[in-house]
Design a protein around this ligand. Structure first.
Ligand code: PGA
Length: 255
């Protein structure tokens, strides 16, 4: 049984006080874990405070990035152990904004996935095609290649099975989401690719869709067999909207 996961990717938004106000309101609404895992991935600067605020609650904490080295002279970088120390269980890796704006390569994504797994963090591996790639009919090839590269040589410890987020680059922050049918088709493909690459039964993998997800369209994405939740940017910044989104995702476990 795969439990739905709704993950908030706050990107570079919210000062730590705003993060705490959000958490306080979210905790009031979301007291029991229910049928859906809820994850908040704030900027690094809010991790420690938020980690303390949600400790012992059903809300989980994740980071938006990690560095692959354990420690040392890597100015500005953050290790897996530091994230765990703040209370993180998850880390987003290979988001298209990092691949695009910070020129993060497939090889770097792979090193980060390995570091996350070695450091007891569950990686949320992001894959997705650009609009040019989509128009050229390359979607499946692009996401399969990204996933294979991310998992290359990874030993996946029990209990830390990666989550894969399918996020078409053109759908992120654009208000123009993929169709539920397209998301479902790509999610099914990623499941098969994961099974082959990680040598783990694909039906245990949780696949998220990301890209202009809102409370009004999440149920459509989760209707099919293969989408287990969402990675949510804009719609996760306002607590009322995020609560409505969680509500709409409840009770959609997949076998
Ligand atoms: P969006 O972002 O929901 O604002 O489109 C999603 C993401 O980038 O993870």
């Amino acid at each position: 049984m795969r439990k739905p996961l709704i993950a908030a990717n706050w990107k570079m938004n919210k000062l730590h006080r705003d993060a705490l106000v959000f958490a306080e309101k979210l905790l009031l609404t979301f007291k029991n874990q229910g049928d859906c895992e809820v994850l908040i991935c704030p900027p690094y600067t809010s991790l420690a405070a938020l980690g303390r605020a949600i400790e012992g609650s059903p809300i989980l904490l994740g980071a938006q990035n990690v560095y692959w080295e354990e420690q040392g002279a890597f100015t500005g970088e953050i290790s897996a152990a530091m994230l765990v120390d703040c209370g993180c269980r998850y880390v987003i890796i290979g988001h298209s904004e990092r691949r695009g704006q910070m020129a993060e390569s497939d090889q770097e994504v792979n090193r980060k996935v390995k570091a996350a797994l070695a450091g007891s963090l569950i990686p949320i591996i992001c894959v997705g095609e650009t609009s040019e790639q989509r128009e050229a009919g390359l979607t499946q090839e692009v996401v399969a290649t990204q996933l294979q590269a991310a998992l290359e040589g990874c030993a996946v410890p029990a209990g830390f099975w990666p989550v894969v987020a399918y996020e078409p680059v053109w759908a992120i922050g654009s208000g123009r989401s993929a169709s539920a049918e397209d998301a479902e088709e790509v999610a099914a493909l990623l499941r098969r690719e994961f099974e082959e690459a990680a040598k783990i039964p694909g039906d245990t993998l949780r696949v998220l869709y990301g890209g202009s997800v809102k409370s009004t369209n999440i149920a459509d994405f989760m209707q099919g067999e293969n989408v287990d939740g969402a990675l949510v940017g804009g719609a996760s910044l306002e607590v009322e909207e995020f609560c409505r989104l969680i509500e709409a995702a409840q009770g959609r476990k997949k076998t």
